[in-house]
Design a protein around this ligand. Sequence first.
Ligand SMILES: [Zn+2]
Length: 509
Amino acid sequence: MKKGFSVLVFLVLAVSKLFAQQSALQIHYIVSFDSAASNSLHVEMMISGVKPGKLTCKMPQWMPGYYQIMNYANAVSGVQIKDENKKHIDFKNASSNSWTFINTNSKKIIISYNIKATKKFVANSYVDTSRAYLIPCATFLYLDNQLEISPTVQIIPSKNWSNIATGLNLISATTHTYRASNYDILFDSPILIGNLEELQSFSINGIKHRFIGYNLGNFNKEKFIKDLSKVVKSGIDIIGDIPYSEYTFIGIGPGRGGIEHLNNTTVSFDGKGLETEGGLNKTMSFLAHEFFHNYNVKRIRPYELGPFNYDKGSKTNLLWVSEGLSVYYEYLMVKRSGIMSEKALLKSFEGNITAFENGPGKNHQSLTQSSYFTWQDGPFGTTGPEKNKSISYYEKGPIVGLFLDFYIRHKTNNQKGLDDVMRLVYKEYYQTKKRGFTDAEFQMTCEIIAGASLNDVFEYVYTAKPLDYTTFLGYGGLSLKRLDDKKYSLEPLQIMDKLQTEIYHSWLH
Ligand SMILES: [Zn+2]
C-alpha cells in the first residue's frame, strides 16, 4: 500500500507538472514599422497558456533611471483584443494605463496596438523612416502581477534597416527574436534599429565593450575608443569586478542625456566637440557617468529601487548616492584615466559648488529630500511646485561625495577612502545580500571603512545646514575662494601638512 501510494503521488506530481508546463503563460511580442513615416510603430502581444478569467494589461508609467512619471500609455492607440478564433474581446480602461478584459475560454489572446513615438529624448521612444529607438517601458504592455514571465520579442525592421542594438539575448538572428529572463530585464533593455555604425570594440579583462549608434558623426574614432577604454578601465578599477558578459554604449543620435542599464547605456551622442579639451572632458565625463551607473544604481542600489513599482514610481532618499556619487566618480574616472587635467578636475567641482551655492533652495531642502521629491521637483529640482525651495542632487551630491572621501581619508591616515566604501557596498549588498541598502546601511558602511562616526558629514545629507568648505576641503588640501558675489574658485592650499599632501596626491590618481 505504501508503495502504491508513492506511485500514485508520483503520477499526480508528473501529470500536474506536465499540466503546469502546458498551461504556463507565454508572451511573445512582434514589433513592426509600416507606419514609421508617421512616427508610429505597431505591436502585437500574443499571450498563450492563458486561463479563463479577468485579465489586466498595463503600460509602465515610468522607466527606471529616469525618475519622472512619463504617462507612456498616452501614446497608445487602436487597442484591439482578440481570442484564438480572432473574435474581438471587449475591454475597459480601469485607469489611464490599464486594459481589463474577461477571457471566457480562449487559450490564446492577441492584443494589438499602435504607439506614436515623436519625441527625440533618451527616455522616450522615437520612430521615423531612418531609425527606431524603443523604450521598452513605453512599448510593451505587461500582464498585471506577472512580471516574472520570460517574454520573447521579435523585431521586423523596415526594409532598409540593417542593424539592431540591444542588451537583450538574441535567440534567432534570422527572425530577429530576443528573449528577456523577466520583465525587469525586458524593461531594462532599450532597442535601437536602423543603419547603425559600430566602432572598433575593446576588451578589458577579456570582456568585450562595444560602441554602436545612429548617426555617430565625424571625429577621430580610433582616438575616441582609446580614450573611452581608459575611462571604462578606471571605472572598473574602482570596484574591481566586471559583472556583465558584454557591455554596449548605444548612441541614439544628437540630443541630451543618457540612461543606464545592466549591460548597456543609451546615450545622446553626435561626436561633436571632441577635438577641444573642454568638449572631450564633457563627453568622457558623461560616458563615464553612464558607465559607472552599471555599478552605482544598477547593482549597488538603494533598497527601494527593486523590485520596481512600474505603476507609481519607486521613491528613495538615496538618489544622492546613485546620481550624486556617480557625478563624483565621472570626474575622477576621466582624471585617473589621464585625459582630464588637475585644473579641469577642480573646475568640474567648482562648477557644482557655484551652481549649488547660487541656487535658491540650498537652505531649504536636504539631499535626502531632493532625492525623495524628485518625482515632483523634476530631475534637476527646477520644475516642481516649490522650485525656489528645491536643490539638485547632481550639484550637491558630488560636493558631499568629496567631503566624505576627504573625511574618510583624514580619519584613516589616508589608508581608506570612498572607493573602499563603494567596493564594500558592492560586496555586502549586491554580491552577498543580493538586495539594496538603506540610508542607515550606507552611512554604517562608510563608518565601518572610516572606523569612526561620520555624523559631521552626514548632516549635510540629512539637513540643509550650510557646507563647511574650509574644514572638509581642507582635509584633502583644497580651499574654496569666493571671487565675487556669485563666483567661486577651488584651489590647492598654498601650504599643506604631510597628511594633506598625501591625501591630495593619492586622490588625484
Ligand atoms: Zn545618472
